[in-house]
Write a new protein. Structure first.
Length: 81
């Protein structure tokens, strides 16, 4: 006998629209990106510089946060040739 399996999933999608001023949207973007970057950096004391770039248009605001971090790259061994 053929078996027919029907799976029904009910879910609800809630869409919420919030209106922010351009300055509020910039601050929210900067704060969220800074939190994300801080969580990825092991020692936040090694942050040398923080650069924030924004690009605005009538439809959107683009925010870019760049950290310059001091890192020790390489080995501490001396190589004699």
């Amino acid at each position: 006998m053929p078996l027919k399996l029907i799976v029904k999933e009910n879910y609800e999608v809630i869409e919420e629209e919030k209106i922010y001023s351009k300055e509020e949207a910039k601050e929210i973007g900067i704060n969220k990106l800074s939190e994300k970057l801080n969580s990825q950096i092991e020692n936040t004391e090694d942050i040398i510089n923080k650069y924030i770039n924004t690009n605005e248009s009538e439809e959107y605001i683009e925010v870019e946060v760049i950290y310059e971090v001091l890192e020790n790259i390489g080995t501490e061994e001396k190589i004699a040739l």
